[in-house]
Design a binder for this molecule. Structure first.
Ligand SMILES: [Zn+2]
Length: 422
């Protein structure tokens, strides 16, 4: 064996587990494996997890905070306007540089797969070229999936559809959309039909920004589920944000969730961004705006939490830490039960892995040896502590390390070191 990791806890609750790795893949997972590794790693009972997966990100905008100016109102619409001001000034070199820098952060945090939207409404498709280049360069470390995203509206922007098709032809993986930003509800529904038919014809996945609005009558998710079912796209379609669902009529939602389940449509909430951008027109009481995460999960629908933004026109914070995302999601959704918190951990690991269609993801013989060893004993503790990533492994090689968090004390009668674990 190349590597054997000893005495690990796994996200499913198993403890005292050894994981043997050969040729970049997991060869065996069991207690007290007899095989010796050329390298032996003592997990010391810590949580060994498959890597974090971000199902929703904007790598073309990341780390551009303050360019050309700061979003004063903090709203989604000023963010979109600001991005429109920045777009003509973008250069490919700067885009590549910022994206690579973010990927470094991601790998250090154990985030090894990212689905990023890329704006296709700039006729030069500069960002598409830049992110395809980044995808090639980071492939040894990180799986990137690109979504062709018509930020200015598929029908509202005259060249968006042609550009989106060009982007797919250049190698972009997934068909995106933004129906709630079209001029009318009817145009929004029409954009969903066009995009789903195009994706079905090309054999591609779909991931739309859908109903990112506080308007309870923004119901494009219903249309997305309808066309997904009609075209046989089950398991290949995700609705991102779905914030209007927060404000919808309960009776209507009781009809909608089974339609999503029937169509195999997944939901991607973005807790940091939803809690920041939604409810901006409210006085008090002020809505949270995040979609109905526990209800979607209870209906058997795959739900992921995405990061969405890090230091860009919409959001001035973030660091590529999916535990921070899960932590916020848990609070906003009030998912404080033990099972609910574990589901929030799954929403930044296995659920987005399914949504992206990642192959060889997980901790089982035959999976890629892509692993994160956390300074925590369980998924719940990992979220509580936003635990240090002691070690990040990609295809069996260590690609990042962080020290354990300890305080060095000298109080009489107290241990010299204190950690944050119970
Ligand atoms: Zn987004």
């Amino acid at each position: 064996m190349d590597v054997v990791i000893r005495n690990a806890s796994l996200p499913d609750g198993r403890r005292g587990i050894d994981v043997a790795i050969a040729d970049g893949k997991i060869a065996a997972v069991a207690a007290a494996l007899p095989a010796r590794g050329a390298q032996e790693i003592d997990a010391g009972g810590d949580l060994l997890s498959p890597p974090f997966v971000d199902a929703h990100f904007h790598m073309d905008a990341t780390l551009s905070y303050g360019l050309p100016r700061v979003n004063q109102s903090g709203t989604l619409l000023e963010g979109i306007a600001l991005w429109g001001e920045l777009k003509p000034q973008l250069t490919q070199e700067a885009l590549v540089e910022r994206a690579l820098r973010y990927c470094d952060w991601a790998v250090a945090r154990g985030l090894l797969a990212i689905r990023t939207h890329v704006d296709v409404c700039d006729d030069r498709l500069l960002a598409v070229e830049a992110l395809l280049e980044v995808k090639r360069r980071v492939a040894p470390y990180l799986d990137m999936q690109l979504v062709a995203f018509p930020q200015d509206g598929l029908l509202r922007s005259p060249t968006a559809l042609a550009n989106l098709k060009r982007a797919i032809g250049m190698g972009v993986d997934v068909v995106g959309g933004i129906p709630h930003f079209e001029r009318t509800m009817a145009d929004g529904a029409e954009s969903v039909r066009i995009l789903c038919e195009f994706a079905a014809g090309q054999g591609l996945r779909v991931d739309m920004h859908c109903d990112e609005s506080d308007d309870p009558l923004s119901r494009h998710i219903e249309t997305l589920a309808y066309h997904s079912h009609r075209l046989g796209l089950h398991g290949r379609v995700a609705g991102s944000h779905l914030t209007s669902m927060h404000s919808m009529d309960n009776y209507y939602v009781s009809k909608l969730l089974p339609l999503m389940k029937e169509a195999g449509v997944a939901a991607i909430a973005n807790p940091l961004i939803n809690i920041t951008l939604q409810g901006r027109h409210d006085s008090y009481p002020k809505r949270r705006g995040m979609t109905r995460v526990p209800e979607l999960m209870a209906a058997g629908i795959d739900v992921a939490f995405g990061h969405d933004c890090v230091m860009d026109p919409w959001y001035s914070l973030g660091s590529g830490d999916m535990l921070e995302v899960a932590h916020m999601g848990l609070h906003v959704a009030q998912m404080t039960g033990q099972d609910a918190m574990r589901a929030c951990y799954a929403a930044v690991t296995e659920a987005p892995a399914r949504i992206l269609g990642l192959h060889g993801y997980g901790i089982a013989a035959g999976c890629h040896a892509d692993l994160v060893l956390l300074d925590a004993a369980s998924p719940v503790e990992a979220i509580r502590l936003r635990a240090a990533r002691r070690l990040v492994m990609r295809r069996g090689k260590v690609v990042a390390e962080s020290p354990r968090a300890v305080a060095r004390l000298s109080l009489p009668g107290r241990p010299e070191q204190a950690d944050f674990r119970l």
